[in-house]
Design a protein around this ligand. Structure first.
Ligand code: NDP
Length: 620
């Protein structure tokens, strides 16, 4: 890493007219509001059913399994891998990953589109770097390296042993008489598990825009999460998409995925039409390689130090230095510096208003820079205007990229801005926007993933707990848990994800390694004490949820925000939506400290360990 990593560009000198900006933000948001919210999206069924198939491996037939494991891990993405690694570290060996894809990796198994990478710095995003001895090649690593790292974790911790791939869980039911979970799969398996961890992730089930006529398109089409290299040519490592040289290609969507794959498409396709509803905010990325000599000098424990340093700065805390130095820490530090400046005025008091003002001023400044960057890069004035994001930075997933905006300077690249309305309709030959027809050979859906729908629909199965209650029913008014992990009525089941825990959205894997450590400590205790069941008490769950509900800091539902999956597609934000995306009120760093203490105390406060284990299972 070098000292020149900073993500920001020179500040705008001109004063910002806050009122005019707010009015513009509201007007842009209003253009995009629609009454159908999440219902505007459709599942890939019918002619699109194959969008869910696995194009990367041959499905090999096998005999169904009827056996028992100590721990079943549903989902082999980073959630499952981090949990599996922590379990193995705790001496719990009898674990089995069950995964629908042909290998581990989760989102990084499925997403192999050209240009795919993670714009959270690899030094903190790639989990368990010290444990696996891997040095990231660059500050931001491309998808193939991330997928390889997932495989490295599985190899290092022996998680391939006993794993089942190309196997989709279809049912998960608690057998109350034996305190076992019964897992049924699409392979006819019936596996009994003493404990189950679930990390299906929010971004693995593709969704499609319910545009009139979508099913009539006669050209080639695919979703970005199942990139069709046989059609486009090229490969995930970045080879040119040479088969597009004589093709007119359209892409629907300009979210984080499209931002990464549009540059190779603009470079290689005969013509590229980008159908935009809302532009993403594109900040500087500044990628560079990591020097082996510098990396070798890092002291043991460095990754934990980096993780806490990033989480601290990104959430407005203080640290002597900014180790990661990226767009995430940049915005947070601007806010913090403004608060400090305001507080240095005599008689100033620190209240929510000071923080809100610092937040808004920094955001306005940052977004003004981001819009100025569009002007500086994009040659065509009309395209530049349309590419400017008019909303606060965290309304949508911020993007960081150094080639995306330049794509629109390619001769064959055309931005078709839909003025916030989206594509009007699709017919056999192409796409209609504002009465203009765009004939296409190929249409790519960069339309995202199911995030806001019921748990059962997203995961492809629903857990059935005590008394036959499903998790979707239990959470119909919003997620209820202790630490985002333990759910009353679902003993021996553990959920792995950021919500209701640290909820550190800027670095998802940090949440996962911590959740894995928590689950491993609970399971080790259950196995040592021979408990048949571990379950959160009603009182502890309620107290945790009440504490989360007391948090008024949520950015969700900010009235200036343009619709998207961060804010229920502009629909009402009620208790359910707030709970589903809530986090520890004192912030992620405080949560990590809290949960470390909770684990180390050995008391496992809030959990009940019940009954004697008679089957003789141990932490083998
Ligand atoms: P998104 O849901 O973020 O984007 C979907 C896109 O499709 C949006 O631009 C949306 O417009 C557009 N769209 C939907 N319907 C229509 C329509 N009818 N007409 C025109 N456009 C339409 O999905 P992504 O796959 O881009 O990203 C999902 C998430 O994956 C990201 O938010 C991020 O968390 C993660 N990701 C992370 C990366 C990383 O570097 N770490 C890289 C890639 C993805 P609108 O905005 O108006 O709704």
């Amino acid at each position: 890493m070098s000292a020149t990593d900073g993500a920001s560009e020179p500040k705008q000198a001109e004063p910002i007219d806050r009122e005019a900006l707010r009015a513009r933000y509201r007007a842009e948001r209003d253009k995009r509001l629609r009454s159908d919210g999440n219902a505007q999206y459709i599942e890939p069924t019918g002619r699109f059913a194959h969008f869910l198939d696995d194009p990367y491996v041959e499905r090999v037939e096998r005999e169904p399994l009827f056996d028992e494991v100590t721990v079943a891990i549903i989902g082999g993405g980073f959630a499952g891998l981090c949990t599996g690694a922590r379990l193995k570290q705790a001496g719990i060996d009898d674990v089995r990953i069950i995964e629908g894809g042909g290998d581990v990796g989760g989102a990084w198994y499925w997403n192999r589109y050209p240009g795919a990478m993670c714009d959270t710095a690899a030094m903190i995003y790639l989990p368990l770097l010290e444990e696996t001895g891997h040095m990231p090649s660059q500050k931001y690593t491309f998808a193939p390296e991330i997928f390889e790292h997932a495989r490295r974790i599985a190899t290092t911790f022996g998680l391939y042993d006993n794993a089942l791939f190309s196997t989709e869980v279809k049912g998960l039911v608690l057998d109350e008489t034996t305190s076992r979970w019964i897992i049924r799969t699409d392979r006819g398996d019936e596996i009994r598990a003493r404990f189950v961890t679930m990390g299906p992730g929010p971004l693995h089930r593709p969704k499609l825009p319910g545009i009139p006529g979508i099913e009539t398109f006669g050209g080639h089409c695919f979703h970005t999460s199942r990139w069709d290299y046989a059609y486009t040519g090229g490969d995930p490592a970045g080879a040119p998409l040479e088969r597009l040289a004589d093709k007119r290609v359209g892409i629907i969507g300009t979210g984080a995925t499209a931002v990464q794959c549009i540059q190779p498409l603009a470079r290689d396709a005969l013509e590229l039409y980008v159908f935009q509803r809302t532009p993403s905010s594109i900040d500087v990325r500044n990628n560079h390689s990591i020097e082996p000599d510098w990396f070798a000098e890092l002291e043991p424990g460095w990754q934990q130090k980096w993780l806490i340093n990033f989480a601290t700065l990104q959430t407005g805390g203080f640290a002597d230095e900014d180790l990661v130095k990226d767009g995430w820490t940049d915005i947070a530090q601007r806010i913090r510096d403004r608060v400090v400046a305001e507080m240095s005025v005599e008689g100033a008091t620190l209240g929510p208003e000071t923080i809100a003002r610092a937040f808004e001023d920094s955001d306005d400044e940052k977004m003004t820079e981001i819009r100025a960057r569009v002007d500086a890069i994009v040659n065509d004035r009309a395209a530049a205007e349309a590419l400017k994001p008019w909303y606060r930075q965290l309304c949508k997933r911020p993007c960081f990229h150094d080639e995306y905006l330049q794509s629109y300077n390619e001769p064959g690249a055309h931005l078709v801005d839909t003025g916030g309305k989206g594509v009007e309709r699709i017919d056999e030959k192409g796409v209609w926007v504002a009465g203009v027809h765009y004939p296409l050979d190929c249409l790519i859906f960069a339309s995202g993933f199911e995030v806001g729908t019921d748990y059962g629909r997203r995961a492809g199965f629903d857990a059935v707990g005590r008394g036959g209650q499903t998790l979707s029913e239990r959470w119909s008014d919003g997620m209820q848990s202790l630490h985002g992990i333990h759910v009353h009525g679902f003993p021996n089941l553990f959920v792995v994800g950021p919500s209701q825990g640290a909820n550190l959205i800027s670095n998802i894997t940090h949440n996962l390694t911590e959740a894995g450590a928590t689950i491993a400590s609970v399971l080790a205790h259950a196995l040592e004490s021979g408990a048949a069941e571990v379950e959160v008490s009603t009182a502890a769950e309620q107290a945790w949820v009440q504490m989360l509900e007391g948090n008024t800091q949520s950015f969700l539902g900010n009235p200036d925000c343009t619709p998207g999956y961060y804010n229920n597609e502009g629909g009402p934000i009620g208790r359910r939506e707030r709970l589903n995306s809530s986090g520890y009120p004192m912030g992620p760093v405080a949560y990590f400290q809290y949960i470390d203490g909770w684990r180390k105390s050995g008391k496992f406060e809030g959990l009940e360990f019940r009954g004697g284990e008679t089957n003789g299972d141990t932490a083998s």
